[in-house]
Design a binder for this molecule. Structure first.
Ligand code: HAM
Length: 421
């Protein structure tokens, strides 16, 4: 017999499931506070949906196969293509901006490493129909409010923001040909994960001169809008993007999340479809992989569904977030014990106990009792072990006693319309 789950897949025992439920409930609560509504799509999609748009990295990790009808299909590795297709299909009928969220389980055949599994749950929050940075600020605020709601602070988690259009304009100002920009993005994306010399060599190998290489490396260090304005503000494309970013940071402050956010041009995002502001959330000590990532993808709906609508969104996974919360002692599992344990003094009263349990359950309470007739003492021990707060004891004279299992306090109660009074 096979032992354990497949590598990268998890068994959720009740404790782990309670933790997952806590995370997912917080995601849903905060997304709803920002007036996003929930949707879902199919877990299995045509392979082509990803090979066309997701970018090499995800395509290399697909769980794909040919189904019995000869169709090339894949388990969804991300939600964005499904979301873009669904919105594009009904674009005319939908109220704009579209503000939707979803909590899909996703599948990627990843290399085994900390924080990366082969399945994970991912909150997706996406917004369609607004091209101004007001929407970018709104979106990042959702991500930050989630980590805040989970008990983390701006000293624990940082949002790192960049703008692909700004970076393109800066590269243009440095004389990097338009066609080279994607390759330079690729080097910048990896700049933190490899020795700086290697990154420099790769930039030089693209035909860039020493001055351009130095300037690009400089951009990936600590930068501020003021510094960029001083150095590149006379370039019209750059000035325009800086003005938008200035407003963006102003809106983030207005929404109460400005203190969590840093400008960081190293954030490029691996996925192919991003076009504008992009961001990732990381733990402040840099111990874990990204908690969340997203950005603007203004051309994806056009290319997948022929609908020209601006869009943006992010995905936040349960794996890294769970590791971080556990490390900080902030992972709360939801209580799963029953409300009452029905016990009885005389084993012959099992039937009466079942009737009482039935009535309480129909009244909305969660109720357990010993399935095998036992002595009262053993029943109460079992109740305490199950973590149930109160026992209802059916006495031999049929009176009902409500007993607190913590304090031992007792009082006589009666059943009225499915409730104890
Ligand atoms: P992503 O950066 O590939 O973006 O994933 C977003 C987040 O999902 C990551 O930051 C990480 O927390 C989690 N995640 C991704 N892969 C794994 C994995 N193998 N194991 C555990 N966690 C993982 C996207 O997927 C975009 N579609 C997000 C998006 C939505 N962009 C716009 N809307």
């Amino acid at each position: 017999m096979a032992k354990g789950a497949l590598p990268g897949f998890r068994d959720f025992y009740p404790q782990e499931l309670a933790e997952r439920a806590y995370l997912l409930r917080t995601w849903r609560d905060v997304a709803r506070r920002f007036a996003f509504v929930e949707y879902d799509g199919p877990p299995l999609e045509p392979l082509e949906l990803y090979t066309r748009k997701s970018g090499e990295e995800i395509v290399g990790q697909l769980y794909n196969f040919v189904d019995k009808g000869g169709r090339e299909v894949a388990l969804r590795p991300e939600m964005t293509p499904t979301f873009a297709r669904m919105v594009a299909d009904k674009a005319n009928a939908l109220r704009k901006p579209v503000r939707w969220f979803s909590v899909p389980q996703l599948f990627r055949y990843e290399r085994q490493q900390k924080g990366r599994l082969r399945e994970h749950f991912q909150l997706n929050v996406d917004l369609v129909g607004e091209s101004d940075v007001t929407a970018d600020a709104e979106l990042l605020a959702v991500a930050v409010e989630i980590v805040r709601a989970l008990g983390l602070t701006q000293n624990d988690v940082r949002a790192r923001v960049s703008d692909r259009r700004l970076l393109r304009a800066l590269l243009g100002a440095l004389g990097v040909p338009e066609g080279q920009a994607p390759a330079v993005f690729g080097v910048i994306d990896k700049i933190e994960r490899q020795p700086l010399e290697i990154s420099r060599e790769k930039l030089a190998a693209l035909g860039l001169g020493q001055a351009a290489v130095d300037a690009i490396v400089g951009l990936t260090g600590r930068v501020s809008l003021e510094r960029l304005r001083a150095d590149y503000g006379t370039v019209p494309d750059v000035a325009e993007r800086l003005a938008d970013l200035e407003r963006y940071f102003g809106y983030l402050r207005a929404l109460g999340v400005g203190e969590w956010v840093d400008l960081d041009l190293k954030i490029v995002r691996g996925l192919a479809y991003y076009t504008g502001i992009v961001f990732e959330l990381f733990d402040a000590h840099g111990e874990f992989r990204a908690i969340c990532g997203g950005g603007r993808y203004d051309t994806l709906l056009e290319s997948l569904g022929g609908v020209d609508l601006p869009a943006l969104g992010f995905g936040m996974g349960d794996v890294v977030l769970g590791e971080l919360l556990r490390k900080r002692g902030l992972m709360h599992a939801e209580r799963s014990a029953a409300d009452y344990w029905v016990a009885y003094s005389d084993p012959a009263q099992l039937g009466q106990a079942m009737e009482l349990a039935g009535a309480l359950r129909r009244g909305g309470a969660s109720v357990e009792y010993a399935l095998k007739a036992q002595q009262l003492g053993r029943q109460l021990k079992a109740a305490a072990a199950a973590g149930v707060p109160e026992a209802v004891i059916v006495r031999e004279d049929h009176a009902l006693i409500l007993k607190s299992l913590a304090s031992g306090e007792e009082r006589t109660v009666r059943l009225r319309e499915g409730r104890l009074v």
